[in-house]
Design a protein around this ligand. Structure first.
Ligand code: GBH
Length: 462
């Protein structure tokens, strides 16, 4: 790695938290074991054309059966934290009614195994696997789902809060609400702006209700938070139209979450844009108070920054329905296998902006990483200089943001393992550890060795 890059990374303090992240549906498999019932992803994977190659999470990385070995692998990587998510349909099949002890026991064993290996468990309560029965009752656009989520959160909290210190409610509600209910690219595959905005509000409400209840029940100091995916929005030109497109994109991508969470109000310009399309945020009395309940940490997932134009290909400012154009502009930059541009400087820009606009909230990078077209040798080893470079550049970008005053406490690589990459199935590999899906063999890639080495150097252990 380039020495200048390493020097920037070396400004991170020995106390910096290092981790790897996964999510339940992407790695566990065992979808019908110990009382688990289908989630919206089990259903969506069966919709023809919804997921590449008709892939699904029935087996995935078989982590449910290989958990102790996977924890040993995490330990071997030298990280201090493992961020995992809990599958709601294991803990409370159907999303209502009593706890399913057999399902919850898996996370109990996982927590004990991590602690035995000296790795801190970092829980995400919801990484997109909504019980299908709750979707059948209306899903996130239905207000009741927020209350169901808070009940479920307490089941997990009651079991694990004697040992788990950090609790994040949701992973990337933007993806649940927008990709799930507006574009239909993710489960449950619905397409309606009003539903998507109602889902946004009810996800945030669920976060707030769960946070309030967990904090009230805590018998020792714990950290509560939420993880958001956020990007920068850069105007293609300095025109009024392009700048306004960025305002709108930032409104729906960042401020519609951060403003209610940190300022107790939805952004006025976003409310007005939505009203112009006949869409309302279904806020009731007391909701914003719950949503803005204090949190201790903000999880930030970053992949790339975006560029927007306010004009369509024909130079028109509005689409056929009279709605102002917000057009994502391809960037002439090196790309990952997802076709995503590599924009580390935008990461620094995002982090300094968040600490300026929403001060007083420590940040943890809960996901950052990249898919590349890996080739494994006969032993299963992948010399992924591309992924190693991506990680190095983005960790350096985090270090730069810290140097500029942003309060960033840690960095988790996405992902521990190659896994089920949602609508892209198993084609796209984000792991720093290779998974051979025929044998389930795990082999740390070059990037994992580099990551371990880097952590060791920062800690001064090497
Ligand atoms: C994450 O989603 C997921 O949490 C994880 O499960 C998944 O495997 C991983 O990333 C890789 O895809 O969102 O404004 O930053 C990331 C979803 C949504 C990232 C769209 C890029 C565009 C710019 N993505 N996004 S923004």
């Amino acid at each position: 790695t380039d020495p200048a890059l390493l020097a920037r990374i070396a400004t991170l303090p020995p106390s910096f938290r290092w981790g790897v992240a996964t999510s339940s549906y992407q790695i566990e498999g065992a979808v019908a074991e110990d009382g688990r019932t289908p989630s919206i992803w089990d259903t969506f994977c069966r919709v023809p054309g919804a997921v590449a190659n008709g892939d699904h999470g029935d087996v995935a990385c078989d982590h449910y059966h290989r958990m102790p070995q996977d924890v040993a692998l995490i330990k071997e990587l030298g990280v201090d934290t493992y961020r995992f998510s809990v599958a709601w349909p294991r803990v409370q099949p159907g999303g209502r009614g009593p706890v399913n002890e057999a399902g919850l026991a898996f996370y109990d064993r996982l927590t004990d195994e991590l602690l035995a290996q000296g790795v801190d468990p970092w829980v995400t309560l919801y990484h997109w696997d909504l019980p299908q029965e709750l979707e059948d009752a209306g899903g996130w656009p239905n207000r009741d789902t927020a209350y169901r989520f808070a009940d479920y959160a307490m089941m997990v909290f009651d079991k694990l809060s004697d040992r788990v210190d950090t609790w994040t409610t949701l992973n990337e509600p933007w993806c649940s609400a927008w990709l799930g209910y507006m574009t239909g690219d993710h489960a449950p595959g619905r397409r309606n702006l009003q539903d998507s905005i109602a889902a946004t509000h009810h996800l945030l409400l669920g976060h707030g209700l769960a946070t309030q209840r967990m904090r009230a029940a805590a018998t020792r100091p714990l950290q509560f938070g939420i993880t958001l995916n956020m990007a920068t929005a850069t105007p293609e030109t300095d025109s009024e139209a392009d700048r306004d497109a960025c305002r709108a994109a930032d409104g729906l991508g960042v401020r519609i979450y951060m403003d209610p969470l940190r300022r107790g109000a939805y952004p006025e310009d976003v409310v007005a844009d939505l009203a112009a399309q006949g869409v309302q945020i279904p806020v009731q009395d007391g909701d914003l108070e719950a949503i803005s309940a204090p949190i201790d940490v903000l999880g930030v997932n970053f992949y790339f920054g975006q560029v927007f134009s306010g004009l369509d290909e024909n130079g028109s400012r509005t689409d056929g329905d009279g709605v102002p154009v917000v057009r994502d502009i391809p960037q002439d930059l090196p790309q990952t296998a997802m076709g995503w541009p590599i924009t580390p400087n935008r990461f620094t820009e995002l982090l300094t902006r968040l600490s300026r606009d929403y001060p007083g909230l420590p940040i943890i990078i809960t996901e950052n990483g990249a898919a590349f077209a890996d080739t494994a040798d006969e032993s299963g080893f992948v010399r992924d200089d591309d992924r190693t470079g991506y990680l190095a550049e983005h960790i350096a970008a985090v270090a730069d943001a810290r140097t500029q005053g942003a309060d960033i406490r840690g960095y988790f690589a996405w992902s521990l393992l190659d896994n089920f990459e949602w609508a892209y199935g198993y084609d796209k590999r984000f792991g720093i550890v290779r998974v051979d899906y025929d044998t389930q063999q795990r082999t740390p890639k070059q990037s994992a060795l580099w990551f371990k080495d880097t952590i060791g150097r920062i800690r001064g252990a090497v």
